[in-house]
Design a protein around this ligand. Structure first.
Ligand code: PMP
Length: 450
C-alpha cells in the first residue's frame, strides 16, 4: 500500500505539472482509474465505484470486453490504416451494419468524435441545398439547453450560454428555439392542455426567417446533457412534418441516445420518424476507441454524385473510420444484438425508474425523467416554486454517492442557476443487485439533505 501511495503521489505531481484536464486545466484531486470491469471501475487506491454514468454516457456494453480488444488487435495486425478516400473491409462492413440498424438505406461518413460528426452533417446539409438548386439555405435551428459538441459549428448549435461565452464569435447561421420541457413549459402550458407549441414554434421560426434560408433542424431525440428533457411522443413526428413542409432537413444527433441507450437501437426509433441525417459517436464503439459517423439518407447522398467532380463533398478526415475502430465497433454492435443488450437496457431503465420512485416524494426532487436507461433527477429548493436547487445541494448528493462507491453525473452547464439535474446512465451490464445498490446509496445521500 505504501508503494501504491508513493506511486499515486508521484503521478499526481506529474499530472499537475503536465496535464490539462478537460473542462479545467487543474483538477486538484482527479480519480486515477486503473481497472474497469462490467459496470464497475477501480481507482489507484483500490476503491471500487459503480460507474453510474458509463464514463460520459458512452460505455454502453460495459467495461472489459475481451472480444472488443481482440477485434481491434486482430485488425491492427492485419491492416492498420488506409484512408477512406479509398476503402477497407471494416468500414464497409460497419457502414452496412449501421444502415441495417437504421432500417433504411443510408450512406455513412466516418469521423472521430461526436462534434466532428455534427460538423459533417452541417456541411452536407448546406451543400445538399446548393446541389438541389437552393444555395440560399444556410441556417440551422437547434434548441436551447442542447449540447452538440465543442467545435465552432457544433458549439454554435449548442444552446447553453455558459459553454459559449468567451469563445465567440462562433460559426454564424445558428438559431435556437425553446425545448419541449414540460416540467417548466417555456410556453406556459401544461402537457395535455397545449397545442404542442414547442413543436409548432419551428413552423413560426422557419416562416419568419424565410424557409428558403433554412438548411436544417438539429435535435437529439431527448436532450441529454442539457438536463434529460424527454419530449412528448407527438413532438418529433410534428417537427418532421414541419421540416417536410418547408424542405428543411432533419438532423438527429444520436451521440448519446444511440446504440441502445434509449431502449431501441436509435433514440428516434421510439418516435417512429426517419431523419435525413443521423450523427453518432460514443456508443458506436462503447467508447473503447474513438469513432463517429454521419449517416445520410441515400437520396440525399446521391445528389452528390449526380453532376460530377465539381460537386464532391470536400471533406477529408485522416483518422476517420480507422480500421481498428471500425472492426471494434462492428463487434460491439454484434454483441449488443447477440446478447440482447438493447432489450436489457430497456428493462433496466424501467427497473431503475421503479426502484428510485421513492425519490418522487423528496422535498428537493422536482421531477424525474427517463428515456430508456438514462435518467435525470431535477432538484429544486421548493417543489411549489420550482426554484432550482442551490449548487451545494447537488454537490452534497454527488459527494455522498461517491463516498459510498457510486458515480453519478450532473447536468452540464446550461444557463446560470440551472445546473440542477442529477444524471444516471449506467452500462448495460448493470445487474438488479447494482440497481438495488444505486437506490440504497441515493436513499442515504438524499437523507443527508434533510
Ligand atoms: N452531441 C451530443 C448530444 C453529445 O452529448 C456530445 C458529447 N457529450 C457531442 C455531440 C460531442 O461529442 P464529442 O465529445 O465526441 O465531440
Amino acid at each position: 500500500q505504501q508503494t501504491k501511495t508513493a506511486d499515486k503521489n508521484a503521478l499526481l505531481e506529474k499530472d499537475r505539472a503536465h496535464m490539462w484536464h478537460h473542462m479545467s486545466p487543474y483538477n486538484p484531486n482527479p480519480m486515477i482509474v486503473t481497472e474497469a470491469q462490467g459496470s464497475w471501475v477501480t481507482d489507484i487506491d483500490g476503491n471500487k465505484y459503480l460507474d453510474g454514468m458509463s464514463g460520459l454516457w458512452c460505455v454502453n456494453i460495459g467495461y472489459g470486453r475481451q472480444e472488443l480488444a481482440d477485434a481491434a488487435y486482430e485488425q491492427l495486425k492485419e491492416m492498420a490504416y488506409f484512408p477512406l478516400t479509398q476503402s477497407h473491409v471494416p468500414a464497409i462492413k460497419l457502414s452496412e451494419k449501421v444502415s441495417e440498424w437504421l432500417g433504411e438505406e443510408y450512406r455513412v461518413f466516418f469521423s472521430n468524435s461526436g462534434s466532428e460528426a455534427n460538423e459533417v452533417a452541417f456541411k452536407i446539409a448546406r451543400q445538399f441545398h446548393h446541389q438541389n438548386g437552393e444555395p440560399g439555405r444556410y441556417k440551422f435551428i437547434s434548441r436551447h439547453r442542447a449540447y452538440h459538441g465543442n467545435t465552432m459549428g457544433a458549439l454554435a448549435a449548442t444552446g447553453q450560454s455558459i459553454r459559449k461565452q468567451k469563445y465567440e464569435p462562433l460559426a454564424p447561421g445558428f438559431l435556437h428555439v425553446s425545448p419541449p420541457y414540460c416540467y417548466r413549459c417555456p410556453f406556459g402550458k401544461s402537457y395535455g392542455n397545449c397545442n404542442l407549441e414547442c413543436a409548432q414554434v419551428y413552423d413560426e421560426v422557419i416562416n419568419w426567417e424565410g424557409a428558403n434560408s433554412v438548411a436544417a433542424v438539429i435535435m437529439e431525440p431527448t436532450i441529454t446533457g442539457g438536463g434529460v428533457i424527454v419530449p412528448p411522443p407527438e413532438y418529433m413526428p410534428k417537427v418532421r412534418e414541419i421540416c417536410d413542409k418547408y424542405g428543411v432537413l432533419l438532423i438527429v444527433d444520436e451521440v448519446i441516445c444511440g446504440f441502445g441507450r434509449s431502449g431501441q437501437k436509435f433514440g428516434h426509433q421510439n418516435f417512429g420518424i426517419k431523419p435525413d441525417i443521423v450523427t453518432m459517436a460514443k456508443g458506436i464503439t462503447s467508447a473503447y476507441l474513438p469513432l463517429s459517423a454521419t449517416a445520410v439518407r441515400a437520396e440525399i447522398a446521391d445528389k452528390f454524385n449526380e453532376q460530377g467532380v465539381n460537386l464532391h463533398f470536400r471533406h477529408v478526415n485522416t483518422f476517420g473510420g480507422n480500421p481498428a475502430a471500425c472492426a471494434l465497433a462492428l463487434k460491439n454492435l454484434e454483441l449488443l444484438e447477440e446478447e440482447q443488450l438493447i432489450e436489457r437496457a430497456a428493462s433496466l431503465g424501467e427497473e431503475l425508474r421503479e426502484k428510485l420512485s421513492f425519490l418522487e416524494d423528496h422535498p428537493h426532487v422536482g421531477d424525474i425523467r427517463s428515456f430508456g436507461f438514462l435518467m435525470g433527477i431535477e432538484m429544486v429548493e421548493d417543489r411549489q416554486t420550482k426554484e432550482p436547487a442551490a449548487p451545494d445541494k447537488l454537490a452534497k448528493v454527488i459527494g455522498a454517492c461517491k463516498q459510498r462507491g457510486l458515480i453519478i453525473g450532473r447536468n452540464g452547464d446550461t444557463i446560470p442557476g440551472f445546473n440542477n439535474v442529477l444524471t444516471l446512465s449506467p452500462p448495460f451490464t448493470t445487474t438488479s443487485e447494482d440497481i438495488d445498490f444505486i437506490a440504497q446509496v441515493l436513499r442515504e445521500a438524499f437523507a443527508e439533505l434533510a
